[in-house]
Design a protein around this ligand. Sequence first.
Ligand code: AMP
Length: 397
Amino acid sequence: MKSIDQASLSGKKVLVRVDYNVPQDENLQVTSTTRIKRTLETVNKITNDGGITILMSHLGRPKGERNDTFSLKHIVSSVSETLKKPVIFLGDVLDADIEEKINNLNPGDIGLLENLRFHKEEEKGDIEFAKAIAKLGDIYVNDAFGTAHREHASTATIARLFPEKAYAGYLLYGEVQSLKKVLEEKKSPFTAIIGGSKVSTKINILKNLLEKVDNLIIGGGMRYTFLYTMGFTYGDSLFEEEMVSVAKEILEQAKIKGINIYLSVDSLCADKFAEDANTLYTKDQNIPDGWMGMDIGEKSIELFKKVILESKTILWNGPVGVFEMDKFAGGTKAVAEAIAESTKNGAYSLIGGGDSIAALGKFGLSKEVSYISTGGGAMLEYLEGIELPGIKALEEN
Ligand code: AMP
């Protein structure tokens, strides 16, 4: 996969697929510019090198029809403020005058096309639609890691229309490099900390990680299904009956492969799922009736910390407790702090998933880890071992 650093951009019309699927309020004002900010480096590179930037993205779910609510014209001022440069709204890819508008742009200018998902062909990965976009530019750059798991016209199909001229923007390149560093070029011991509420949403990640890790720490609500298979009681904790056999299989496979699995050895429980709940500390893995496990206990914290501090590669996805409630945030905070400390000692740490990123932010540790992946679904699929079409298309180029 070639990075934008290898592209000759001067005087070229550069089509850049970004992920500006930003949150908006009821007046369509952008409420978080994080996704725009993360493309700043790529856009700056193009403008500084004298290229013409043509940004394109999807926004929301217009379901293949033009719909003013989802128009990217509403985000132009926010994009312009964030990129600190004027941004010209170009209109739709299929407008009769679109080529003329683009030809009027000068080196250094930035244009923004209309929502690609106004055309049902986009999500179908339609070749004719991809050709219509492709004829608007000389070079293609994909900087939308968040949609790299989709085989869409503007992500995978179009890349193949730019032989030798399709590049990864800095954001996408950084995401892929950091995932490769963890999953393929990892230094041992490699520890993955997987938490969150449900086993069902993390099974494929757990299975794929069994091929890679030395240590697997399983936290969050999902751990009670695992503990049950080992003979412990779960009380009123989160529990997935239909996942019992899968959990058993994962534990058995880990044993065969010589992977250390760490589950909590004690819990902080609540009598209801609320901040003002009464709490109970259990000294072992059993949760009594009427109580739900909400966080890991002190002994588990010490155990997890020791493993994390001895690791050279760390992957964290999913909180180990209900960190949104201060009373039950201690375990997740301790895990985040241990990852930060281990990183300071030379480990490579990759954090992904909305809740883990939010937790890092809550504890002021966002800058203390090696890489934060904002890839969402794309990152999860990569962790599951699935080849992402947007990346494959760039790699084959
Ligand atoms: P997920 O979306 O599956 O990654 O789960 C994230 C959510 O799991 C967070 O909102 C946490 O509050 C929640 N969580 C973590 N530990 C527990 C637990 N022991 N019981 C219930 N929910 C939990």
